[in-house]
Design a protein around this ligand. Structure first.
Ligand SMILES: [Zn+2]
Length: 264
């Protein structure tokens, strides 16, 4: 038994690689189907816990900025939805299948539209690289290796496992590697959509100013203190290497402030 336990993580790691940042993605129609199951299960689990912000003007503004990133991203086969949650929490998340959620408490703490675009682009990155499906594939591999279920998963098993995976994503989010990939994609798409990429690291600086050194509770967008500091350093390195000399990018402070004043 000891040998088996030692063996399992290695095999799981070997079988689940991150998809590439660029180029054709190794996902097909059955992956899209699984993604939809996970998102459906996730939405059921969220249920009435999250109340949408009741201001259609703010909701429409967030949707417009989200669509500006979607227009340059490489995933166009799904319907994207962006929704502001009426909560003071400083967070954002996705459950895949184009469903992206931002908390009002995040919007009131950000300073401009480019920072909001950074957050949206990060969540779009998780969706575009099927991070929920990768979590599902890991769960299937683990169960198969452990002999918990057969190697072939039918409809009932798919739904049950999709529910487990959705619950685990909602509770503990994505892996460190997946977060880093979503950050890299966010910078690329911000640049291509004409948003000031320097606002990306600023989002994490604002979070650190707000929470200090206290470890965050689970939060898709932000990790603990050393993680946020590393993300600031890494994103600044990428910006200097790939996106220096961006010409007259959008920061979008005036419209952002007038929109967000509707929430406060
Ligand atoms: Zn994330």
């Amino acid at each position: 038994m000891r040998a088996l336990l030692w063996f399992v993580p290695l095999l799981v790691l070997a079988c689940t690689q991150l998809p590439p940042d660029e180029g054709p993605q190794p996902f097909d129609a059955s992956d899209v189907e699984i993604e939809r199951e996970i998102a459906l299960a996730g939405m059921q689990q969220i249920g009435s816990d999250l109340t949408p912000l009741g201001d259609p003007i703010v909701q429409d503004y967030v949707r417009r900025v989200g669509q500006r990133i979607v227009a340059v991203c490489d995933r166009q086969d799904i319907a994207w939805t962006f929704q502001v949650i009426d909560s003071d929490e400083m967070n954002a998340f996705t459950i895949g299948d184009g469903k992206v959620f931002l908390y009002a408490g995040l919007l009131t703490r950000l300073e401009n539209e480019a920072q909001m675009a950074a957050v949206l682009a990060h969540e779009i990155g998780h969706v575009a690289r099927f991070h929920t499906v990768i979590s599902y594939q890991k769960a299937v591999e683990t169960q198969t290796i452990l002999g918990v279920a057969g190697a072939v998963f039918g409809g009932g098993e798919l739904t049950a496992l999709a529910g487990n995976v959705a619950g685990s994503i909602l509770q503990s989010g994505f892996s460190r590697d997946q977060e880093d990939q979503a950050d890299r994609l966010a910078l690329t798409w911000m640049y291509q959509a004409g948003y000031d990429v320097n606002q990306f690291p600023r989002v994490f600086e604002i979070f650190m100013e707000q929470v200090g050194d206290a470890p965050a509770l689970y939060n898709d967008l932000f990790g603990d203190h050393p993680t946020n500091a590393a993300r600031i350093a890494e994103s600044k390195r990428i910006i200097a290497e790939k996106f220096a000399g961006q010409r007259s990018p959008t920061v979008g402070e005036a419209e952002y402030r007038s929109m967000i004043s509707r929430i406060r």
